[in-house]
Design a protein around this ligand. Structure first.
Ligand code: W29
Ligand code: MN
Ligand code: MN
Ligand code: MN
Length: 256
């Protein structure tokens, strides 16, 4: 889908509110807090700001956020289990504002986290940044995937292949698919007005994933740690605009 210049403004608003929701959660994440309570916080933030959580009742998912802890790769379901010292948790929020979607996720470190977990979080954040740096008119989706894959594998980590980034706007998921691996020059050519997410999932161990019997929770097969960061971006005439940057600069890896 190609959007017009006037569509950037509502996407900025949706992206900013999504970033503010993630900022709010930064203060709330600590040992002993349940992911259910974070889900409630995010839902109330959305209601207080005239926004709607896109994941709520999306394909039968019944929560406002995804919370994916440690070896959970993505789509973790908030529950009544408390976060523990040393956990790393991805919180993924999509807010719909005036019909437009902002989709972003960050890693949150709970208490004192092992060095190798902290390194994985840093590598994953930098992988997203490398992907974003590849975005400009005339580049291809393969350029994004290659930049991410080369960096992450260069850091002795692996890229999850079962889930990808996606076009969005007034829809939650649209074309193009954004693979987090691939080859330069391959895939769709990027054009101004394209809006999509880049949301690499990086594992310390092997890339393979399986989905648990709840039908949602994706975990690493080898139970190695997994991390993810996600931004919603727009292709501009000159390059790229990131819609989901934190106004408070909190989108950097969050260290407790
Ligand atoms: C939990 C929302 C959901 C349900 C099926 S796929 C999905 C989802 C979760 C996070 C995302 O970033 C995304 O694009 C989709
Ligand atoms: Mn998301
Ligand atoms: Mn997404
Ligand atoms: Mn994880």
């Amino acid at each position: 889908k190609l959007h017009g210049a006037s569509d950037f403004e509502p996407m900025r608003k949706a992206g900013r509110l999504t970033a503010e929701a993630l900022d709010l959660l930064t203060e709330a994440v600590r040992p002993g807090v349940t992911t259910e309570s974070l889900d409630k916080l995010a839902f109330e933030f959305a209601m207080d700001h005239g926004a709607y959580p896109a994941s709520l009742d999306y394909r039968g998912f019944r929560k406002s956020i995804c919370t994916s802890i440690n070896h959970v790769v993505c789509h973790g379901i908030p529950d009544d289990k408390p976060l523990r010292d040393g956990d790393i948790v991805n919180i993924d929020v999509t807010l719909i504002v005036d019909g437009w979607h902002g989709d972003s996720s960050r890693m949150y470190l709970v208490g004192d986290v092992p060095r190798r977990a902290e390194r994985l979080v840093q590598v994953t954040y930098e992988s997203l940044m490398r992907g974003i740096a590849a975005v400009k008119p005339g580049a291809t989706t393969g350029d994004i995937g290659a930049a991410i894959q080369e960096y992450a594998e260069g850091e002795r980590c692996s890229i999850v292949r079962e889930f990808c980034g996606h076009g969005l706007g007034r829809l939650f998921h649209d074309e193009p698919n954004i693979l987090h691996y691939g080859y330069r020059g391959e895939g769709a050519v990027l054009k101004p007005g394209m809006f999509f997410t880049i949301e690499p999932m990086v594992n310390l161990g092997r890339p393979h994933v399986k989905v648990l019997s709840d039908g949602w929770t994706a975990v690493t097969r080898d139970r190695s740690l997994s991390a993810q960061f996600e931004h919603t971006i727009g292709v501009t005439e000159s390059g790229v605009e990131v819609f989901t940057l934190s106004p408070a600069g909190l989108h950097q890896p969050t260290y407790k």
